[in-house]
Design a protein around this ligand. Structure first.
Ligand code: PAF
Length: 278
């Protein structure tokens, strides 16, 4: 079957097949990480829909909405190569009514960690994701673990609002040297890229420790040693479901998450640890 490109909600309705649908929401600039989400989606449903929409609601006034990479032709090639059935690529006017009033609030969990640095970001993410769920009506939706707080909040939204969609998280895909794949990596110069490697090195240093305090400290040390071109935003060790900091006696899963700015590019990364205090 040829790939169908739905540019508005009417096209989308026509493109919907009869069986189960798996949705992969994206903002385009697709890379190997997105491809892994598409493969997971393919294994879970009859029809795979990929949305490509750079959502203005989730960008702050000083963020990179206007320069965010838009590479729709090559995105289509990626989707074709992965056997995607439908690409939903609406315009901003198609997604949002001009007199739009109602949107979602991510609550306290949307105001901490990444949400503290990006006020309103998660409100915008949840609003567009719920709209995409309503439009595409998937039974399953696949998101990357790379955006761990986004994934946790989407799970929270689905639980809090009884949204009938199963949320599947997919592991972060990395370059050979550890850099987590991100659409924003294309902003990095070769020198910036070398500095950015400190993020994944910091996570590995944290992984080598056993106690929360030592884990945070090991990660911080690596990031501090990266020099002045890396402007550290945060290092946190948090509960994967709530994103609140874990205490020294925490047992079980925890997410070590880091964010830093390298030049004009802000990058995030994380790893899931399993802590077993003796
Ligand atoms: O992760 C992303 O690319 C975006 O935040 C998402 C989930 C597609 C919503 O715009």
């Amino acid at each position: 079957m040829d790939l169908i490109v739905a540019r508005n909600r009417e096209d989308l309705v026509k493109a919907r097949g009869g069986g189960e649908v798996a949705l992969v929401p994206t903002m385009g600039a697709l890379h190997e990480g997105h491809r892994s989400l598409m493969r997971l989606a393919r294994s879970r449903a009859d029809q795979v829909v990929v949305s490509v929409f750079v959502n203005p609601l989730q960008f702050g006034p000083n963020e990179d909405f206007s320069r965010y990479p838009r590479t729709f032709d090559s995105d289509l090639d990626v989707c074709r190569a992965e056997g995607v059935d439908v690409v939903f690529h609406p315009s901003v006017d198609d997604m949002y009514l001009p007199d739009r009033q109602v949107s979602l609030l991510a609550g306290r969990m949307g105001e901490i960690v990444e949400g503290e640095s990006r006020p309103g970001h998660f409100d915008g993410v949840l609003t567009v994701v719920l709209k995409l769920f309503n439009l595409v009506q998937p039974s399953v939706a696949v998101f990357g673990q790379k955006d761990a707080q986004q994934l946790a909040l989407i799970r929270r939204m689905v639980a809090d609002l009884d949204v009938p969609v199963e949320i599947v998280g997919a592991p972060t895909v990395r370059e050979h040297d550890g850099l987590a794949l991100s659409s924003r990596n294309r902003y990095l110069s070769e020198d910036d890229r070398q500095v950015a490697l400190a993020l994944s090195r910091a996570l590995r240093a944290g992984e080598a420790e056993r106690r929360p305090g030592a884990i945070r400290e090991a990660a911080r040390e690596v990031l501090a040693a990266a020099g002045p071109r890396l402007d550290l935003d945060y290092v946190v060790l948090v509960d994967p479901a709530t994103f609140s900091e874990v205490g020294e006696e925490h047992a079980g899963e925890a997410v070590l998450a880091v964010a830093a700015r390298i030049g004009a590019t802000r990058l995030i990364d994380n790893v899931i640890l399993n802590l077993n205090p003796a």
